[in-house]
Design a protein around this ligand. Structure first.
Ligand code: URA
Length: 242
């Protein structure tokens, strides 16, 4: 099941005929079952257009990234199991609902992944959040684990792994290996990212078939410096510094 090149589709509400809708590039379709792409709504495409624009100022980049991060976290939470939970409303009627079953934590891949922590906290009050720092080893030019701080009971938790840009997947692969070495089963890891490359999702689907990837968009590919294209440049620079 391979990828196609990013198609342009009509975008916008159904009350307008397709002929009256603008066309926009939407996510490359991916047929791996563990890859979940957010619905390509007009809002999402507009938010991505804002953060991809090289002329978008830092304050706007942060604001619109945060809106996408919120959508990713909400979608990620939908992949967690629930149990039946019936309650009584203030007018004395019962409502057959559900509640989340289990414990979760976030793990951000530093530094860019830390930008996604607030979005997780906004949805899950007092959530535990761990961190992993992976950098390229100057001698071998391979990714190397420099630091980690993870909840001691992480093996009992569902883990939302956070990194906005899923390029080659080198850091994310090492992060997942660290989580698995601490006893987290692969099927309890959800990897949330804003933009993924076809190369990244394909390598993950093969290596970690039970891990779920939740992404807003799968882009066209990687350039010679392993930046995602069309991409948005360096996410950490645009969120934290520029
Ligand atoms: N990290 C980024 O910030 N951007 C890319 O395009 C790839 C990795």
């Amino acid at each position: 099941p391979e990828t196609t090149t990013a198609p342009a589709h009509c975008v916008g509400p159904d009350y307008r005929p397709n002929a009256q809708k603008p066309t926009a590039t939407v996510s490359t379709e991916i047929s791996y079952e563990n890859v979940h792409i957010l619905p390509q709504t007009s809002q999402l495409i507009a938010l991505l257009t804002m953060i991809r624009d090289k002329d978008t100022a830092r304050a706007d980049f942060i604001f619109y990234s945060n809106r996408i991060i919120r959508l990713l976290v909400e979608e990620g939470l939908n992949h967690l199991p629930v149990i039946e939970h019936t309650i009584t409303t203030p007018v004395g009627h019962s409502y057959a609902g559900v509640k989340f079953q289990g414990k979760i934590c976030g793990v951000s891949i530093m530094r860019a992944g830390e930008a996604m922590e607030q979005g997780l906290r906004d949805c899950c009050r007092s959530v535990r959040i761990g961190k992993i720092l992976i950098q390229r080893d100057e001698d071998t030019s391979k990714p190397k684990l420099f630091y980690d701080k993870l909840p001691e009971d992480i093996s009992d938790r569902w883990v939302l792994l956070l990194d906005p840009m899923f390029a080659t997947g080198g850091s994310a692969t090492m992060a997942v290996d660290v989580l698995k070495s601490r006893g987290v089963p692969e099927n309890r890891i959800l990897f949330l990212n804003l933009i993924a490359s076809p190369e990244g999702v394909t390598s993950f689907a093969k290596r970690f078939p039970k891990l779920r990837v939740v992404t807003a968009f799968v882009d066209q590919g990687l350039d010679e410096k392993n930046y995602i294209v069309p991409g948005l440049g360096d996410f950490g620079d645009r969120f934290y510094t520029l």
